[in-house]
Design a binder for this molecule. Sequence first.
Ligand code: FE2
Length: 273
Amino acid sequence: MRIITIVTYLFLLSFAGSLFANEVNIFSARHYDSDVQLYEKFTAKTGIKVNVVSGKSGALEKRIIEEGEDSKADLYITADAGRLGAFEANLQGGLTSAAIKSAVPSNFRTSKWTGIAKRARIVYFAPERVSGAELAGLTYESLADPKWKGRLVIRASNNIYNQSLVASLIKNNGKGKVADWSKGMVANMARSPKGNDRAQILAVAAGEADIAVANTYYLALMLSGKKGAEQQAAAKKVKPFFPNQDGRGTHMNISGAGLVKGAPNKKKCNKIS
Ligand SMILES: [Fe+2]
């Protein structure tokens, strides 16, 4: 979290350094207290007010596109490189300061956007039904193994987290192999995909499945009690496992930020380098 804080702070600072305006407009699909604290610190340090428009990524993107030149959006923040990539045509680049380059590994940014926080998409398991021997050497690829038949849950494939995971598998294994893998995954499912990532963890805790695929931070969120005592108790019944440790490693993704094309402060923002 500390690293994330520093990274976010650095890019906001870079962003502001080229502005004379005393406010910036952030369209954010993130809803974390930590972000609000960062904005407050930023304002305290620079005197620049941070206006935040919160919403779901789809709605924010639609609004930015529809408002076009009239849009007040300077910075767009959302989760997943897949989403940022799909929105790249509406981003102008420019978050390329030396501070960002030194703080954010090059695989977590492009010329159009930069990562500000990272997460892993991992496997959760029920310790009483999944042995250490079964888990040993587990990969995303091996989730299609018939030994998991009727034991796996994962959210629907129209979700960007899964689409990014599949994109990484295609990049590493090729389309043909991934097509076969998808069929194996479907054959192993304990139920038709439903619900969000936390719903998959809950299914494992309830005994409906033995393993689930979900992002790391959801376990922490559930354990915190912020989603209620029931989810907190469920989270204590599952354990996390990071796949592909003997090969390329676990699939990572980011939350990221990009300067919006036609942002009111575009000319000044473009001086960032
Ligand atoms: Fe999420």
